[in-house]
Design a protein around this ligand. Structure first.
Ligand code: ZN
Length: 454
């Protein structure tokens, strides 16, 4: 029998190349059991998550399992830590932190001597600049990832529903949409969201009864904005499922507050160490304890455990015995909220305001000091008169604020914007510029900050 990945791919290619759209749609609509689609690893993980088993003792056991295996079999760790450890306290006392640079300069030493290549393959971390980091990752990571996604999406009522997808697809042929009946996706071209196509997208969403849109926040914002501007009635969606980019207040303002559609986000990264999804009732993230061991650390390596304090997300994944990363500083930053959720009662770490590791999130003064974009949030009334905003820094100390004007934008708004930025970036020359479009990356991703600093 073919492995799961192979038959899925084979069916998909056959359907997308040969089958008419109606047949793909029909196949998609009879596809109801994700355990058949994603296989045994998915099913095991899903059951564990859906049954809510686990707890502090299990988290500790998993952590010790991966750490002691690394001490025994992975050169980087065997060289530094000679004996197995027996408790979480011992782990925290003994183990130092690593980061991307340390892994890059010792890449082979992080690979287990017992690596069975049959079960692993090589991947790289993305990143918008700099050299990608080479990683050895378990082949089954996708199955597990889907189980976690399906588990957190239950917070917005998702039950292996069809998703409209607006991410990084650009169609070469003049097609309106593609269907993936296996993963149940109706995929749209997000490089083409102009008035005419926006209406087509709406009609397909409506016609197929699609209730979830899986999109980059910037792409969703563009689409919803287009619908509003063109007077196209917005379809009844239950949620916009979103990751990979920071969600900005003006995007939430439009989609959640004006249109009443929940924007549901989650956090993950290509190293696969920490995973967190939003609470059902708020925009705080729950860190999933079955995925990896999570710590929030200040710059000196002390734990951050007081509400309102900011720290760096440090992770130890539970599944990658081939190339274990232990106490890995992700470069992502978050605000600590609590060790349990007051709203839904889950006893897991709660964090908010996660900011990405991309230097793109920082704006630099001439003297090299910087502020992050979170510190630059505007008042709601300013967001309501602009249709888009992006920062461009040709060099440190110079900032262009690119604005798409909305209805009601007047000269006084420009004065306020200028003052707003000057107060926060005192070592910067600020210029407000008006544009029709914002700049998107080649892969369709939107960055709030574009710069030529690297
Ligand atoms: Zn909660």
């Amino acid at each position: 029998m073919l492995r799961v990945g192979n038959w899925r791919q084979a069916v998909l290619e056959m359907v997308q190349n040969k089958a008419p759209v109606w047949a793909s749609l029909k196949l998609m609509n009879i596809n109801k059991d994700p355990e058949i689609i994603y296989g045994a690893a998915y099913a095991r993980q899903r059951r564990e998550l859906f049954e809510g088993s686990g707890g502090a003792a299990e988290t500790e056991a998993r952590l010790l399992g991966v750490v002691n295996d690394a001490v025994a079999n992975v050169p980087y760790y065997s060289d530094r830590y000679r004996r197995p450890i027996h408790s979480l306290a011992e782990f925290k006392e003994t183990f130092g932190f690593i980061d991307r640079n340390i892994v890059m300069s010792n890449i082979d030493a992080f690979v287990s001597r017992r690596l069975d290549k049959h079960f692993y393959d090589e991947g790289t971390t993305g990143g918008t600049s700099g050299k990608p980091l080479r990683l050895v990752l378990p082949k089954k990571r996708y199955q597990k990832e889907w189980a976690f996604l399906h588990s957190v999406w239950r917070n917005v009522g998702f039950d292996f529903d069809v998703r409209g997808v607006l991410r990084n697809h650009r169609f070469t042929l003049r097609k309106d949409f593609l269907v993936n009946p296996i993963s149940k996706e109706v995929i749209f071209d997000n490089f083409r969201v102009d008035g005419e196509y926006a209406k087509t997208v709406r009609d397909v969403i409506r016609g197929q009864g699609i209730r979830y849109l899986h999109a980059y926040p910037s792409a969703a914002y563009q689409l919803f904005g287009e619908w509003c501007r063109a007077g196209i009635e917005v379809p009844q969606l239950k949620a916009v499922l979103t990751s990979s980019e920071t969600i900005f207040d003006y995007q939430r303002e439009l989609i959640e507050r004006e249109l009443g559609i929940r924007v549901y986000a989650w956090y993950g990264h290509s190293e696969k160490l920490v995973f967190a999804g939003l609470c059902r009732y708020s925009n705080d993230y729950h860190v999933e304890p079955a995925y990896g061991f999570f710590e929030l650390m200040d710059e000196d390596g002390n734990p951050v455990n007081r509400a309102g304090r900011i720290g760096e997300i440090v992770g130890t994944g539970f599944d990658n015995f081939g190339m274990p990363l232990i106490r890995y500083r992700t470069g992502d930053v978050a605000e600590y909220v609590s060790d349990s959720c007051q709203l839904c009662g889950r006893k897991v770490p709660v964090i908010r305001n996660i900011t990405g590791r991309w230097t793109g999130e920082r704006l630099f003064n001439a003297d090299d000091s910087y502020v992050t974009t979170t510190a630059l949030n505007l008042h709601d009334d300013l967001y309501s008169v602009i249709n888009g905003i992006q920062y461009y820094q040709p060099r440190k100390g110079v900032l262009f604020v690119n604005i798409i004007k909305g209805c009601g934008y007047r000269a006084e708004h420009e004065t306020r914007l200028k003052r707003h930025y000057q107060e926060r970036l005192s070592g910067c020359t600020i210029e407000i510029k008006y544009v029709d479009r914002l700049i998107f990356q080649k892969n369709g991703k939107f960055l709030q900050v574009v710069n030529d600093l690297n």
